[in-house]
Design a protein. Structure first.
Length: 307
């Protein structure tokens, strides 16, 4: 089969995820515009394989055997990578879903746009930030969305108003589709230096408590109601845990880091050990926050008992 130039075969997911773990994805589509995205989704349908948005790969644990479907990674080189303020209001921005979250924050700081500084230190792209409502327990990226253009994985396209969407802790009603572009509205203006100072403060605090410089997929487990997953795992002694090339971060017990050459099985077995330890210590069964890609035998017992 002759593929269009924006679709490649058998590309290692280890090079496309922040965890640096994962075997080959059967097809990788990197469309630069809507027409190429339609072509990719149509091809996935013809092949009878699952198409999944990959984004920046920042919360993914991919199987060692890879993923037998099609990963869709919007190219920042085309319309999905555009970013600019509204000509009338500097607090209103248009942004493509392939724009990196750090790039957005730097652009906002340069223009003196305040309110999103709490997102500093979070990797990934805007599409994934919207679907996962990136941020903290009390605030997230979703609060800035005035409009979002969405492609269904069946190829349909629609514009949704932010007021009609629902966002919560690490979730949104956008799950199941693919965001391609946004209208974002931010709450206030401030001096660029003041915005940058607050961003640096958030980064420094995260740097003291999270392994920002090591390959990881972010938090492994969701915070349960009224508690911190990291605190429960720390109390259960998980910071000492190692499995093959994967280890629990000494800075934050809810992070698994790739110490070098970690396999998906290493990370999954380690996550299961953490989950069992927390349950034995506190009685709380933690639910995975990382997204599992592909068929890995160790994945099944990591998610046992999760609805």
């Amino acid at each position: 089969m002759k593929l269009p130039p924006f679709i490649r075969e058998n590309v290692p997911l280890a090079g496309l995820t922040t965890f640096s773990i994962g075997g080959p994805v059967r097809w990788l589509a990197e469309p630069a515009n809507r027409e190429e995205l339609r072509i990719a989704l149509a091809l996935a349908g013809e092949l009878g394989v699952e198409a999944r948005p990959l984004g920046g790969g920042s919360n993914i644990l991919a199987a060692d055997a890879g993923f037998a479907g099609m990963a869709i990674r919007l190219s920042p080189e085309g319309e999905f990578g555009t970013l600019h303020p509204d000509p009338v209001s500097s607090l209103r921005w248009r942004a493509g879903a392939a724009v990196g979250l750090p790039a957005l924050l730097l652009a906002l700081a340069d223009r003196g746009v305040a309110g999103a500084e709490f997102l500093a230190g979070i990797p990934g792209r805007l599409g994934g930030a919207a679907i996962m409502n990136a941020g903290g327990r009390d605030r997230g990226f979703g609060q800035f969305i005035a409009e979002v253009e969405v492609f269904s994985l069946a190829g349909g396209e629609q514009v949704l108003k932010g007021a009609d969407l629902s966002f919560g802790y690490r979730r949104s009603s956008l799950a199941g589709g693919m965001a391609i572009g946004f209208v974002l509205v931010f709450p206030a203006a401030d001096a660029p230096g003041a915005v940058r100072a607050r961003m640096r403060d958030f980064l420094e605090r995260k740097g003291r408590t999270q392994p920002l410089g090591q390959p990881s997929a972010g938090c492994v487990f969701r915070n349960p109601p009224g508690a911190s997953a990291g605190a429960l795992l720390d109390r259960a002694g998980c910071k000492k845990f190692r499995e093959g090339g994967a280890g629990v971060s000494g800075r934050h017990a809810n992070f698994i880091v790739n110490l070098g050459g970690a396999a998906a099985r290493d990370a999954a077995v380690l996550a299961r050990r953490m989950r069992l330890a927390a349950a034995a210590d506190s009685g709380v069964w933690l639910e995975p926050e990382i997204v599992l890609w592909g068929d890995e035998p160790a994945f099944s017992f990591l998610t046992e008992g999760v609805a």
